[in-house]
Design a protein around this ligand. Structure first.
Ligand code: 4GS
Length: 240
């Protein structure tokens, strides 16, 4: 028997086909097969009510582009909302948008604790704010740039969150040694061949002294973080 999935992803989108190869080939594929995750894409357009299946309209006050209608989005959301689970804090509705809180490792890790995540993908200029007010618990951004749709951000979020679900990533240790774990970037890694284009492997890695290797890796993580990400480095220093 396969156990109940520890995390359900439900995506509201106008382009469900954009998720096909992602769920078939990413780390999610194996997790879905093993029943650790579940995934469902819901076509927002199925909830349009007029004969042209209209989902968007021009913005009040003028301006370029189109805005997703709150009534259509609300019907789509109601079709997947589990009110009981939501009441217990077991379901969260996330809207992907540049106005949201920046996704980072601690946020991804916290979202992995929630049994059911409804991810809303906007398109065009965005969604009617009343839908956000009524249904969205958390607005999340994947970075300070503007994309054409929320589908890639939703996939980024699912990938980053899934890694924290027990059993999704094969080696649990590799998750905790990755970049940002402990607030530092990852150390440099090497594999065969031992010499490549005249470049050697750092000798410490060939010595087999594990304490020595661990100390070297920690020093490299700190050096890289200080040089490349002074913002992370400052936070790291203030932790202790
Ligand atoms: C992002 C982002 C984004 C904004 C969607 C304009 C279409 C688009 N979503 N992180 N409308 N950056 N969304 O650019 O999450």
């Amino acid at each position: 028997v396969t156990p109940a999935p520890s995390l359900e992803f439900v995506v509201l989108t106008l382009f469900p086909e954009l998720f096909t190869s992602f769920v078939k080939t990413s780390l999610m594929a194996r997790a879905l097969r093993h029943g650790k995750l579940s995934f469902e894409a819901v076509q927002i357009r199925d909830f349009a009510t007029d004969k042209h299946n209209t989902v968007d309209d021009t913005p009040y006050g003028g301006g370029a582009g189109m805005v997703l209608r709150p009534d259509v989005l609300h019907s789509a959301w109601r079709s997947v909302d589990d009110a009981e689970l939501r009441g217990e804090g077991g379901q969260l509705t996330v809207y992907l948008s540049p106005q949201g809180r920046l996704l980072d490792a601690p946020l991804a890790r916290r979202l992995a604790q929630i049994p059911r995540l409804i991810l809303v993908c906007g398109h065009y200029e965005g969604v009617d704010e009343r839908f956000v007010d009524e249904c969205v618990d958390l607005e999340v951004s994947i970075g300070d740039y503007v994309l054409t749709g929320g589908e890639l951000p939703a996939q980024v979020l699912m990938d980053a969150v899934s890694r924290w679900v027990p059993g999704v990533v094969g080696k649990e240790k590799s998750v905790s040694e990755d970049s940002f774990e402990g607030g530092l970037l990852k150390y440099p890694q090497y594999t065969r061949p031992r010499e490549f284009n005249g470049l050697e492997i750092p000798p410490v890695l060939l010595g087999g002294n594990h304490a020595h290797i661990a100390a070297w890796r920690q020093a490299e993580r700190e050096k890289r973080t200080r040089l490349r990400r002074p913002d992370l480095w400052e936070r790291y220093g203030r932790r202790k």
